[in-house]
Ligand binder design. Structure first.
Ligand SMILES: Cc1ncc(C[n+]2csc(CCOP(=O)(O)OP(=O)(O)O)c2C)c(N)n1
Ligand SMILES: [Mg+2]
Length: 279
């Protein structure tokens, strides 16, 4: 897949998420924009999936452990055709199943998540199943950096190497922020590379808002008997200046003025840099 096309998609999806949060009055704005590029790389270039057959047995599995960033996930799943754009409009409304965290009643969702610290454990089980049943599918999980404070992560990290799960790819959205402040203020999550390496993992560190680096890292995971981790250095709120690198934008909804200013900026970028999807 062309990197320029993926960059275009990421911009389009950021605009969509921004509008969705404004329209519905709810959402994890900074968290969605932080990992948008990662989801685009996964869903448009890396994952082996078939939206027409969501439960295809040989599909790659994606478990979004940082479940709160669900608006970008719903947007991508609709765009890929797992469900309709009309259904997407029901996000956050009474009786919808497009709720504020991933919900496995919806096509394309493997597991309910949102209580932080569980995705890696689930992914270990799913990857182990592939080993036991001789399946080639890969299992990916996206975690937050604040989420690394959960003890269950480290139990899962140990188990992943014990069971030689080189079919497991963990990704950390390393944006330096949590809800109430920075990692330094809330819980020190530094030296993640050394920590995972000490648990036996192969670790790559990349710029997590750079499409080529994301795609390269995800396609170059090792098959050497050890689980793989990609530490993706990102900017929380990426793509909307007012929200970038600001903890209060974790789940803030834009004002009318902020909404309109960012929409105009998105339109300018989409119409200028990316007219007809070309850079
Ligand atoms: C077990 C648990 N504790 C607390 C929360 C509330 N919570 C939601 S998001 C969040 C911060 C997560 O920060 P991080 O993992 O860094 O995610 P990101 O910066 O990508 O949003 C917290 C504490 C939760 N969802 N689950
Ligand atoms: Mg974070």
């Amino acid at each position: 897949m062309q990197i320029q096309y993926l960059e275009f998609k990421a911009l389009e999806m950021r605009k969509k998420v921004w509008k969705m949060i404004y329209d519905s009055g709810t959402g994890h704005t900074g968290s969605d924009l932080s990992c948008t590029d990662i989801l685009i790389a996964l869903y448009y270039d890396v994952l082996k999936i078939n939206p027409a057959e969501p439960k295809w047995v040989d599909r790659d599995r994606y478990i979004q452990s940082k479940g709160h960033a669900v608006e970008i996930l719903w947007s991508v799943l609709a765009d890929k055709g797992f469900f309709s754009e009309n259904k997407l409009k029901t996000y956050g409304k009474f009786h919808t199943d497009l709720i504020g965290h991933p919900n496995n009643k919806v096509a394309g969702i493997e597991m309910n998540t949102g209580s932080l610290g569980h995705g890696l454990s689930i992914a270990v089980g799913v990857a182990l199943n592939a080993k036991i049943t001789n399946k080639d599918y890969l299992t990916y999980t996206l975690m937050g950096d604040g989420e690394q404070a959960e003890g269950s992560i480290w139990e899962a990290a140990m188990a992943a190497n014990h069971y030689r799960l080189d079919n497991l790819i963990g990704i950390i959205d390393n944006n330096g922020l949590q809800i109430t402040g920075s990692n330094e203020e809330v819980m020190d999550s530094s030296s993640l590379k050394q920590k995972y390496q000490a648990f036996g993992w192969n670790v790559q560190e990349i710029d997590g808002n750079n499409m080529s680096e994301i795609v390269n890292a995800l396609k170059n995971v090792k098959k050497n008997g050890h689980p793989n981790l990609v530490i993706a250095h990102t900017l929380k709120g990426k793509g909307v200046k007012v929200a970038e690198d600001r903890a209060e934008w974790h789940h803030k909804v834009p004002t009318k003025e902020q909404y309109e200013a960012a929409m105009a900026d998105f339109d300018k970028k989409l119409g200028g840099d990316f007219e007809n999807g070309e850079k």
